[in-house]
Write a protein of this length. Sequence first.
Length: 80
Amino acid sequence: MVFKNPQNDFQKEVSSSASWLWVFLFGPIYWAAQGIWTHCVVHLILAIITFGLAHLIYPFFTYKIIKGHYQNKGWVEIAP
């Protein structure tokens, strides 16, 4: 996914086809590295509460979370 900041026309590739794998392997560390702190904390708390079960489910929502994060900040998705 590629997003463009409409204020300064900066383009950033924020996700690849392997993003779900990075979430599966690194969990909350991936969200922290991407700067999506809300999901970093939520993922960590849910993983602790569910004894790791949430860590197996969270990767399925990676693209939706990343897309929503950037759209809420006002970025616009552009075709690659």
